[in-house]
Design a protein around this ligand. Structure first.
Ligand code: UD1
Ligand code: UDP
Length: 382
């Protein structure tokens, strides 16, 4: 009998991730798996949501809860209520969630309480910083899941260290969760969409950028945007880098960052950033444009989980504007440096990364077929 999987997405990176598994289902598993997508509505601007469904060929959501923005409690509570109603009505074989957002937490909690198995894709990652809302979400979700798919060996090791068993016999359940290291579905996506992006994105020439000679930057973590001192330190460092190197910076602005810039940055700094002819503050871009920017940048500066990894996929050095990361491999291997929001460290690390050329790119993230592996295990063990 076909397994009925309800996939819950909400934030931009989850919509992007979902494309990999939806593609694997429609290519190889459409006789075994029926997938329905639920959008919580956590992200709702057209360029944070709809653009990805359109250009990444993701099936349109069957349900949209339209929860919108709010405090953690308000957002999560309103998702919980809406999701439980749909789960009870649809009676799925399992609920599938991605990553570590409030949508991940709400969906796994709503499902596990009414005994619907949870499948967690991108399980096991840890920053070991419990002040991050995402760390709370991912730990909770892992311990509510029946099937856990880790993108890295480190993610797998983290789960074993927390008491998960490496081999379970029989079907997966909340009492006997199955844990697999399968590689990163975002590696699958980056390979798949790289060629499509080459043929369809013109953003590099539209912005008049010189190939391999500009900086791509993204900033959106609450730890950076919601603390005035940190946000100012990052933007001052960006201005200094532009002055020192003459390189242009392209910064697709997350709506949280656009909002906070206006009142967190001093007027003087805000004006300098906005008036700089070398800093391009643009709206969030679609995934095909984003890949084009990543592939053609000289170096990437980011606090995004996804973007730091894509910098590795596309062989670009990366300054990580965070004190720690879940993707430790790229730091340990020297492809990226953690700088937090520290002005001096950002500039020093940026210069260091640019001065080096002997980077290596070991296979940390699988073979580009993680989605097929996940579908196969779902069909076999649920
Ligand atoms: C969320 C996730 C974070 C993830 C990020 C990806 C949580 C706790 N955080 O953070 O892990 O890295 O998504 O981008 O789930 N806003 C808009 N339009 C939108 C969406 C958001 O204007 O379409 C603005 C609102 O002012 C909102 C703010 O952005 O208050 C933050 O949005 P929210 O979804 O709460 O958190 P993110 O910072 O996006
Ligand atoms: N991304 C995008 N357009 C943008 C910025 C990011 O398509 O303007 C993509 C990026 O390539 C990556 C994902 O969004 O695949 C990362 O999402 P985000 O940085 O919002 O969240 P995080 O990964 O930190 O949770």
């Amino acid at each position: 009998m076909k397994k009925k999987i309800l996939t819950v997405v909400g934030a931009r990176p989850q919509i992007i991730k979902s494309s990999a598994i939806s593609r694997a289902i429609s290519k190889y598993y459409n006789k075994d798996i029926e997938e329905l997508i639920i959008h919580t509505g956590q992200h709702y601007d057209e360029n944070m949501s709809k653009v990805f469904f359109d250009e990444m060929m993701i099936p349109l959501p069957s349900f949209n809860l339209n929860v919108g923005s709010g405090s953690h409690a308000i957002q999560t509570a309103s998702m919980l209520k809406g999701l439980e109603e749909i789960f009870i009505k649809e009676k799925p074989t399992a609920v599938l969630v991605y990553g570590d957002t409030n949508s991940t937490l709400a969906a796994s909690l709503a499902a596990v309480k009414i005994h619907i198995p949870v499948i967690h894709v991108e399980a096991g990652l840890r920053s070991f910083n419990k002040y991050m809302p995402e760390e709370i979400n991912r730990i909770s979700c892992d311990h509510m899941s029946s099937m856990l798919f880790t993108p890295t060996q480190k993610g797998y090791d983290n789960l074993i260290a927390e008491g998960f068993k490496s081999r379970q016999k029989g079907l997966a359940s909340i009492d006997k969760p199955h844990v697999y290291y399968c590689g990163d579905i975002m590696f699958d996506n980056s390979i798949y969409f790289s060629k499509i992006s080459e043929n369809s994105s013109s953003i590099v020439s539209d912005l008049n950028l010189e190939i391999n000679n500009f900086i791509l930057c993204t900033i959106h973590r609450d730890l950076n945007t919601d603390v005035k001192r940190k946000m100012e330190s990052i933007f001052k460092a960006l201005l200094e880098i532009v002055d020192n190197t003459g390189l242009k910076i392209v910064l697709p602005l997350h709506p949280r960052t656009r909002d906070r810039m206006e009142y967190q940055l001093s007027k003087n700094l805000y004006n300098k950033i906005n008036q700089s002819k070398k800093i391009f503050l643009i709206e969030p871009v679609g995934f095909l444009d984003m890949i084009a920017l990543e592939k053609n940048a000289k170096i990437i500066v980011t606090d995004s989980g996804g973007v730091q990894k894509e910098s590795f996929f596309f062989k670009k050095p990366c300054v990580i504007l965070r004190p720690e990361t879940e993707w430790v491999e790229i730091v340990n291997n020297g492809n990226a440096v953690l700088t937090d929001s520290n002005y001096d460290t950002i500039i020093k690390s940026f210069n260091l990364l640019l001065s080096q050329s002997d980077y290596t790119y070991p296979n940390f993230y699988g073979d580009g077929k993680a989605s097929e592996f996940i579908c196969n295990k779902i069909v076999t063990y649920l």
